[in-house]
Design a protein around this ligand. Structure first.
Ligand code: ADP
Length: 274
């Protein structure tokens, strides 16, 4: 009887072990498929600008360099292509670090209103080219202190503003608002009245390399990683990102941040400074 019980227990253990191994293998298979897809996407994304640059250089070598005007034009275009390659590679580097959890946050207390103004200045030219007005919807430009990784949050805002310009319509508006929430949080909203997004695509927006319109988006530049990076950074802060969009009407991307005033140590710092 004892042998029978032991056998049963042993069988259960073997079954458990097999189940565990099966799950581990399945996880590895999923990861491997993911890795392959990622590498496939990377080479696909890099090929277009690489071919463009190569095309201009070949044409120059083949004789186009003799014409001063054409030479300048093609060199400018080749340079744009190299710039594009650089930021795609930078975005890939960033997403890889974020995905393997290799990017530690350097949180500090800073004024989110000043940071938004800075991002707006950064994109003044880009928005002017499309006659898009950047509007900061705030009654008083008084500082609002948050506690977060300033550099990363700057990137989040920059990516959202860039998208609102890229997918915004000529003569349109990009508006940013900062609102207080309960629980010592603020919400930052980036709203445009651009092309909007079909509801069926909304759940996929934050996937890396996902684009609603592949040809259209590529014309506008970008790596297809902007929103994936945004989501990672916001979630690394234990905060949330939301999208509200309607095709042909516009989109609103918003995310929450922790207010610095909720932290006693930060209030102390402020008192010391004063
Ligand atoms: P990219 O802009 O480089 O293609 P993103 O990850 O930033 O990559 O955005 C993914 C896709 O989401 C875009 O290609 C576009 O189709 C859609 N999208 C993002 N922001 C907006 C917006 N403000 N309005 C409309 N579509 C948007």
């Amino acid at each position: 009887k004892k042998i029978a019980t032991d056998m049963k227990s042993l069988t259960r253990q073997v079954e458990q072990f097999a189940r565990k191994k099966k799950i581990e293998i399945e996880t590895l298979q999923v990861r491997e498929a993911y890795r392959k897809e990622f590498l496939g996407n990377i080479s696909h994304e890099l090929k277009t600008p690489l071919f463009t640059v190569q095309g201009y250089i070949d044409t120059l070598i083949d004789g186009a360099h003799k014409d001063k005007v054409i030479r300048k034009k093609y060199l400018d275009r080749a340079q744009k292509g190299v710039e594009r390659l650089t930021y795609i590679v930078n975005d890939m580097d960033m997403i890889t670090k974020l995905e393997v959890g290799d990017l530690s946050l350097d949180k500090e207390r800073f004024d989110i209103v000043a940071l938004i103004s800075q991002v707006f200045e950064q994109f003044e030219m880009k928005s002017a080219r499309k006659k898009i007005s950047l509007v900061f919807d705030l009654d008083y430009k008084e500082p609002i202190y948050v506690y977060a990784d300033k550099e990363r949050i700057q990137q989040v805002i920059a990516n959202l503003v860039v998208n609102s310009i890229k997918y915004g319509k000529e003569n349109g508006t990009t508006e940013i608002a900062v609102e207080d929430l309960i629980n010592n949080k603020v919400i930052i909203r980036v709203t445009d009245n651009g092309e909007g997004i079909k509801s069926e695509f909304i759940p996929r927006l934050f996937e890396r390399f996902f684009r609603v319109d592949r040809t259209g988006s590529r014309k506008e530049g970008g790596s297809g990683l902007g929103l994936a990076i945004v989501k990672h950074i916001v979630e690394a802060h234990d905060e949330r990102i939301y999208v509200d969009s309607e095709l042909g009407i516009g989109s609103e991307f918003s995310f929450t941040l922790e207010k610095a005033s909720s932290r006693v140590e930060d209030i102390d710092v402020e008192v010391e400074k004063d």
